[in-house]
Design a protein around this ligand. Structure first.
Ligand code: SF4
Ligand code: FES
Length: 253
């Protein structure tokens, strides 16, 4: 394997408002490299394939084990995590681009605030008073806990938003991940207190009506979260909620 190299063709952008451009790097191959270790080679030796000195490539990463979601980027046209994508599975050249759904900060690093703002909008949390010991929380039936656990694996990586044709700069649609989190927090015995408010938010602009049922989201989610099942369940829940609102029932089920 001596002298074997890998070609990386990276879409770069120097600042949030500058124009993107492509730069090619030829890096030394090692066995079992992931995309992060390939990118680290470009930092170690920021010389492009033309032999010109350039700036080190910028990207985000943290856990390096597909848990934090920070390293999401588009690899050979597919949105996925750079830390869990092995070079050996891709061949060469490898095309790396930032996700287009989010504003680019620099090179492959994007600003995922859009997704975190949506989580705030739908109150994706359990409202408890943390100033004193409340004792053990209410127990969930095991069957419900099992599917809720699957939804809780979301790492806000953003690839489901990237794959969704209805999430873009012209649309307010919050996208699959925040929708699925509504189902998760509504299922929690304490989170249920805000169920009506969350569902009302999903009936506003940017909510469920934005889903075009392309089903791309569920195919790209690295955690196997049943996003389309969540969206179908929320459609049913918002229908019931709109009847409750019309007939003047309160939020409690
Ligand atoms: S639902 Fe899946 S793809 Fe979407 S942000 Fe969460 S982990 Fe990523
Ligand atoms: S670095 Fe955390 S998911 Fe890749």
């Amino acid at each position: 394997m001596a002298n074997k190299t890998i070609k990386l063709i990276i879409t770069r952008q120097d600042s949030p408002n500058s124009s993107p451009y492509k730069e090619t790097f030829e890096i030394p191959y090692r066995e079992n490299m992931n995309i992060i270790s390939a990118l680290m080679e470009t930092q170690k030796n920021p010389i492009n394939a033309n032999g010109e000195k350039t700036t080190p490539v910028n990207w985000e990463s943290n856990c390096l084990e597909e848990v934090c979601g920070a390293c999401s980027m588009v690899i050979n046209g597919v949105p996925r995590q750079a830390c869990s994508t092995l070079v050996d599975k891709l061949g060469t050249p490898i095309y790396l681009e930032p996700m287009a759904t989010f504003p680019v900060m620099r090179d492959l690093a994007v600003d995922r605030s859009r997704m975190f703002d949506s989580l705030k909008k739908v109150k994706a949390w359990i409202p408890i008073d943390g100033t004193h010991d409340l004792g053990p929380g209410p127990r969930m039936p095991e069957k419900k806990r099992q599917w809720a656990y699957e939804l809780s694996k979301c790492m806000t990586c953003g690839v489901c938003l990237e794959a969704c044709p209805n999430v873009n700069s012209k649309s307010e649609f919050i996208g699959p991940a925040p929708l699925s989190q509504v189902r998760l927090f509504n299922a929690h015995p304490t989170g249920e207190m805000n169920r009506g408010e969350r569902l009302d938010t999903l009936m506003e602009d940017g909510g469920l009506a934005g889903c075009g049922n392309s089903q791309n989201c569920v195919q790209v989610c690295p955690k196997g979260i049943p996003l389309t099942t969540s969206i179908a369940a929320l459609n049913r829940d918002t229908n019931i909620q709109s009847f409750k609102n019309f007939f003047g029932s309160d939020y409690a089920y």
